[in-house]
Design a protein around this ligand. Structure first.
Ligand code: 8YV
Length: 323
């Protein structure tokens, strides 16, 4: 039997690209450029399987194609808000993701941003490299203490819990949670955490808030001008989830008007373009979507996407089916 035709839309670490060719007739995106909507529509009619990433747009329009050949989208990544699941389902296309393998590294980046924002690390490095450091003094670049403070976590899935683990057991932080579903008492007890019924109260009762919920329309602007007005003035907000979860204009204004103290972002609405209002915002550290960017994790994500795809063509249920 011939191998299924698989399109991998962006370059993967070498080890996983090599493994992919064992079971699939693989097409690699040699130039590693994001696919256009037209490229993706053509791919849907020419490949048995496609492994997209967050840089691929698979919206309702993309799926408006005839003679679809693709049977599975084995997404490389845990978040899949770039894929319109209803349209995929209508065409009978299975969708999988890659949970678990990136929880630690994404929580590590959230922790990095939290420490950078609180301790002014980006600002400090810029000062030093600009040769503007005037030497040690008791009042120089004073930040906020992290240890022992209260961290609010929005979304308490695998990544949210990995963040709670670092913050609670590593930094002695108290944990507050906002999650639409009830978190079990066992999990709450593990982190000695309190669950809140609204984002407003979470913002009001936390020193730091870190976002770990899915993106997409249901969480678009979950953090906005209205609920930011409930935040403590010392609040530091971290986002490693999806850019659209925060209203970026509201965030920039909150930073400018000292409604909150600082923020750290790894993800942006419409990335890689950055809203100019964020570029001009004070007390903001930004990273270029590095959450899962370690060799170990990027390899594990590729292997996991391949496992899902292999299971599907072996007529077994893929481990991480989301549609
Ligand atoms: C991925 C991520 O690198 O997995 C996710 O949801 O946000 C990133 O860490 C990216 O989405 C790859 O598609």
């Amino acid at each position: 039997m011939s191998k299924p035709k698989l399109l991998i839309t962006r370059r993967w670490p070498k080890a996983v690209e090599e493994a992919a060719s064992e079971d699939f007739d693989v097409t690699l995106n040699e130039k590693d450029r994001p696919l256009s909507s037209e490229d993706m529509r053509n791919a849907l009619t020419s490949y048995d399987a496609i492994s997209p990433t967050v840089t691929d747009i698979l919206n309702t329009k993309t799926f408006e194609v005839e003679n679809v050949r693709c049977k599975i989208l084995c997404n490389y990544g845990v978040g899949y808000s770039h894929i319109d699941l209803t349209s995929a389902q209508k065409l009978g296309i299975c969708v999988t993701n890659t949970p678990d393998v990136l929880s630690d590294c994404t929580a590590d980046i959230a922790m990095t941003l939290m420490l950078m924002a609180a301790r002014r690390a980006g600002e400090g490095e810029r000062e030093l490299r600009a040769d503007e450091w005037q030497g040690w003094r008791p009042t120089h670049m004073i930040g906020s203490k992290v240890t022992g403070k209260t961290l609010g976590i929005v979304g308490f899935g695998r990544i949210g819990q990995a963040m709670a683990s670092r913050a609670h057991f590593g930094f002695g932080m108290k944990i507050n949670i906002f999650s639409r579903s009830q978190v079990s008492s066992e999990i709450l007890e593990k982190y000695n955490a309190k669950q809140f019924g609204s984002v407003e109260t979470l913002l009001n009762e936390s020193d730091f808030v870190s976002l770990h919920c899915p993106g997409g329309t249901s969480n678009r602007h979950l953090i906005n001008a209205s609920n930011l007005s409930y935040a403590k003035p010392d609040l530091i907000l971290i986002n490693t989830a999806r850019g659209e979860v925060i209203d970026e204009t509201a965030l920039a204004n909150a930073l400018k008007n000292k409604v909150i103290k600082a923020a750290g972002l790894d993800v942006f609405d419409g990335e890689p373009k950055i809203n100019p209002i964020l570029m001009a915002a004070p007390n903001l550290v930004m990273l270029p979507h590095l959450g899962s960017a370690t060799r170990e994790t990027r390899e594990a994500m590729g292997f996991r996407a391949l496992e899902n795809c292999k299971a599907f063509f072996n007529e077994e249920p893929p481990l991480d089916r989301v549609a």
